[in-house]
Design a protein around this ligand. Sequence first.
Ligand code: F0G
Length: 486
Amino acid sequence: MKTIAHQQCLSPACNATYDIGQTLTGCQKCGELLDIRYDWDKAQLPKSLKEFEKRWHNRRFPLDHSGVWRFRDLLPFAADAMICTIGEGQTFLQNAQCLGHQLGMWPGQLYLQYEGLNPSGSFKDNGMTAAFTHARIVGARHVACASTGNTSASLALYAAQNGFQGIVFIGSGKVAFGKLSQALDYGAKTLQIAGDFDACLRRVRDVSAQLGLYLMNSVNPFRLEGQKTIMYRILEGLNWDVPDWIVVPGGNLGNCSAFGKAFEELLALGLIRKVPRLAIINAAGANTLNTVVNKLRVTWNNGNPDSQKIKALYAEMDAANYHPHTIASAIEISRPVNLKKALRALHIMNGIVAEVTDKQILEAKALIGRHGYGCEPASAATIAGLVDLLANGTISRRQRVACVLTGHGLKDPDATVHYHTGIPTKNAKQPPAEPTWGRLANKPIQVADDLPSIIAALGMSQNTLENSESTGYVETNTANLPFIEY
Ligand code: F0G
């Protein structure tokens, strides 16, 4: 491996560099975030992205099987022997024809990058494989994170498979059970802190510094290297064409930051000619990025975003004792640690930020589900945001859009069951008023245990069934699927 990797401060004014053998969560000189940078040896890189496809033919070799390490030439910081992989990133781009039609888009223009199909059920595995690889390089034994659930599930899984002790900090009562059950099952030491995610992250940073734990949150720049590959797979799904838009939910803003870096590098390496636009969708109840970008008008500004405005906003939040609240618990974050990197991604990708309400999120989630793609509420913020952006003309109905579905539907079954039945979730402060919620509600039908009642409840006659045998399928009534109104 000739390409040399190093860590580099995000701030152009500082620009300090560090060896990749160091375990850092920020610049030692100025405290800014760090990036992994490469002195690329172009002779070692594939001449075109298409060359990566050949590795699919070698699926018995773990590094080629992984949807992250298949692209290892584009994140070349580790020798092959050090890589911790469990076959993550076997996800691909789905053309969501019917859903796109439902949203009024031109045929074939809506794509879903279904990251819920990862080993722990969320996109986090893309980053975790990279961070665990670095943890192995530096000889770490104990790894820790704060989490709204998915990071902890992924950390716990990788720790268990690769011989590390996992330690996770979660906020009290905020983590969806699907995710909590994973951390517990995989044997991570789980600390429930009386506070929200932002408080947990502060604590885990302090504790890690004091005890020498290896920190796995997305301030770890190696995590973001792995998450770049989500974009490579989207390009691959489009036969290496670049879509018009990437849409992603924004929480701690690691994912969108990784996407920006992926495209910046591909462009600089001459592997793509244009960059897609980026839409980051906040939940209205956790909308720091939206406030910073759309209200305070803070921009990347060549690496010098207006930090004073951000500090003043945080001081205001503290004074008002503000805590974020959204049904999309995965993105219930008010102090996103990657805020500056997200501003850079918005600059690189000519991006925009929008916010959506919990009601929009739940309706979008149900619509996604009805089309056969399960996802958790945070992921559905993408489609909820897309609906608004199509309606206000920011995204044209003719454009090609790839939405990242970040987490699997089974991560948060409470939210889904509540939507369909009205049984309250533990995250909902007050049960939502019917019938504004649950337009696609699919309630179980209570029925006595006798044949005539069951047949009556199914609402099907012998006739329908006979016809269906001859035609091969039962015609489903899609007339009651409401179109989104603009
Ligand atoms: N979607 C899901 C399903 C998530 O779990 C997260 C983040 C996001 C979106 C937001 O991604 O932070 O990169 O902007 N979950 C973190 C966690 C915070 O702890 O699991 P981001």
